[in-house]
Structures are given as structure tokens and as C-alpha cells.
Design a protein around this ligand. Structure first.
Ligand code: HEM
Length: 282
């Protein structure tokens, strides 16, 4: 039982046509297993998070609510989430027995996702702090300290996080890879079905290239099942609720900010100038 389904092309060539659909269940179970193991670890084994002491002279200078996500960033997040769920359900429900005319809903949601991601890339490059979501040297040094302490070795305490912990940055990287894979292949695949954008042209590529494209689309697609399950799990964990709420209201409390974040790595303007560039970022 392979992970790819094959067929014979009109030219007699053995070509891939798409992924084997049991991978849907593999991806779902992998996501559920992750959350069960993580929940048990946090409940029974993980100790209190420990960081090196903060270095802020006067926390009272900070605003009571710390700006975290601008309105544009929040709108992008929820539009992307709605299109992502629509894509997952329209793609995979028909494969597990729920039959409906899914293709039109799917490419429309795919178009919404594609446009929202183009917006996000421009917005993040020119209006947000672009580098805040990519791992830096301090993340790697602190991750190494955390691993050593986890193994019971003596190591200095890690610093508090910048705006995003390393785990969030790695998750974002995985979403970039899988998201770009479904988008690039999906845009080409739109030429195989009837859309409003361009005339249908199933002969754009040969059978082998089309087959590999469908396989990549499917593999990245099932990868997104696991990633979305893990993301929703973290969003509803009790200790993460202030972060989830900030994706709705845009801000988080000063106490939560000081507890987890290093004011020197994620700089927030003083309360009197909360509209300063650092305060507006997000
Ligand atoms: C969460 C993201 C996505 C998932 C999970 C997903 C999954 C899938 C799956 C499983 C199929 C069936 C492929 C097959 O039969 O082998 C499919 C088809 C298709 N996808 Fe996606 N997809 C996603 C995103 C996109 C995007 C962003 C676009 C467009 C930009 C897109 C456009 C299409 C089109 C046009 C088809 C139909 C191809 C055909 O029937 O010939 N998809 N998708």
C-alpha cells in the first residue's frame, strides 16, 4: 500500500494521479496524537516556565493593554482561517464519503486564500516587523539552554521571548511551506477546471507533471490537516487564551506581556505614546 495512486496514461505510461486517501486519516490521527501527548506532558511532567529576570526599569510606564495585532492583521488572520477550513472540508469530505459538488467552493476558497496571502506578504514586508516571525540567534541559544535543562544538565536560564516564541516561528515556517505548495499547485490546477479566470486547458502540462502536481497538492493538503489541528489545540489551551483573545481584540494585558516577553526583544512604546511605531506594529 503506497502513499501515491498510479494509473496508466493514454500513452501507456505509468503516472501518479494523486495521493492515497488513507493519508487523510494518518494526518488527522497524527494531529490528535500530538495533542494527547502534549496535554499529558503539560499536565503531569512539565515544570513551571523559568526565565532569566526581566530588565525593564519601570513597567508602570507601559500601557495597561499591550497592542499585539493591528486590525488589518486580525482581518487577514480570520479571512485566511475561514478559507483554510473551507478548503480542508471541500477537499476531504468527498474523499471520506460525504458527496457534494465541491470543486467550485474549493477553487473560490483557494482564490480567497491566495489573495489574502499576497496581501499578508506585502503587509508584513512593509508595514509590520518582518523579521519578528523568523528564528534569530537568541532563539537558538535559548532553545539549546531549554533542551539542556530538560535533560537535567546545568545551563543558564533562557531569556523571555521576543514577540513570537521559537515554537510559533517554526510553526509559521511549516505553514509557509505547505501553504505555498497548495497555492502554487492550486493556481495551475485551476486550468484543469472551469473558473472565471482563464480558459480551461488540461494540456498545459504532460500527464507525469500533472500527476506530480496533484500529489504535491495532496501531500501539502493533508499536512495542513495536522497543522490546523495542532494550531486549534494551542489556541484553546487555557494558558494560551490571552494570546487567542489578542487575535480578536488586538491587545493583551501588561501582566501577560511581562510574564512571557522580554521588553527589550519586543519593544512596546510607553502608555503616553502607544501610537508610536513600535506600539502600532503587529
Ligand atoms: C488547505 C488548502 C488546500 C487543500 C487541503 C487542498 C486539497 C485538495 C485536494 C485533496 C484536491 C483533490 C486533488 C485530487 O483529486 O488529487 C484538490 C483539488 C483542487 N484544488 Fe485544492 N487544496 C487546497 C488549496 C487550494 C488552493 C489555494 C487552490 C487554488 C489556488 C486550490 C485549487 C484546487 C483545484 C482547482 C482543484 C481541482 C482540480 C481538479 O479537480 O482537477 N486548492 N485540492
Amino acid at each position: 500500500m503506497g502513499i501515491i495512486e498510479w494509473a496508466t496514461s493514454p500513452l501507456g505510461q505509468n503516472v501518479p494521479i494523486h495521493i492515497a486517501w488513507f493519508l487523510i486519516w494518518v494526518a488527522l490521527i497524527a494531529g490528535l496524537l500530538f495533542l494527547i501527548v502534549h496535554a499529558i506532558y503539560i499536565r503531569y511532567f512539565a515544570g513551571e516556565k523559568q526565565f532569566v529576570a526581566g530588565s525593564l526599569a519601570d513597567p508602570a510606564q507601559l500601557p495597561a493593554r499591550i497592542p499585539r495585532h493591528s486590525l488589518a492583521a486580525r482581518l487577514f488572520h480570520w479571512i485566511m482561517a475561514a478559507s483554510m477550513f473551507t478548503l480542508l472540508f471541500t477537499a476531504f469530505l468527498p474523499r471520506v464519503g460525504v458527496q457534494f459538488d465541491w470543486v467550485t467552493y474549493h477553487w473560490v476558497a483557494g482564490t480567497v486564500l491566495t489573495v489574502s496571502i499576497i496581501f499578508h506578504i506585502i503587509h508584513a514586508s512593509f508595514y509590520l516587523d518582518f523579521w519578528s516571525i523568523w528564528p534569530d540567534r537568541a532563539d537558538l541559544e535559548d532553545a539549546w539552554k531549554r533542551v539542556q535543562r530538560f535533560m537535567g544538565k546545568s545551563a543558564a536560564l533562557p531569556r523571555k521571548f521576543a514577540k513570537y516564541p521559537l515554537e510559533n516561528k517554526l510553526y509559521h515556517g511549516a505553514i509557509v511551506l505547505t501553504g505555498m505548495s497548495v497555492i502554487v499547485t492550486g493556481v495551475f490546477m485551476m486550468s484543469r477546471v472551469r473558473t472565471i479566470f482563464f480558459p480551461r486547458n488540461p494540456y498545459l502540462f504532460g500527464d507525469m507533471t500533472w500527476g506530480l502536481m496533484y500529489v504535491l497538492h495532496g501531500l501539502a493538503g493533508v499536512g495542513l490537516i495536522t497543522l490546523v489541528v495542532v494550531h486549534v489545540y494551542f489556541a484553546i489551551r487555557p494558558e494560551k487564551l490571552p494570546i487567542t483573545a489578542s487575535m480578536i481584540v488586538g491587545t493583551m494585558s501588561r501582566e501577560f506581556y511581562l510574564q512571557e516577553h522580554d521588553p527589550q526583544r519586543w519593544v512596546v512604546g510607553p502608555s503616553t505614546s502607544s501610537s508610536s511605531p513600535a506600539g502600532r506594529r503587529g
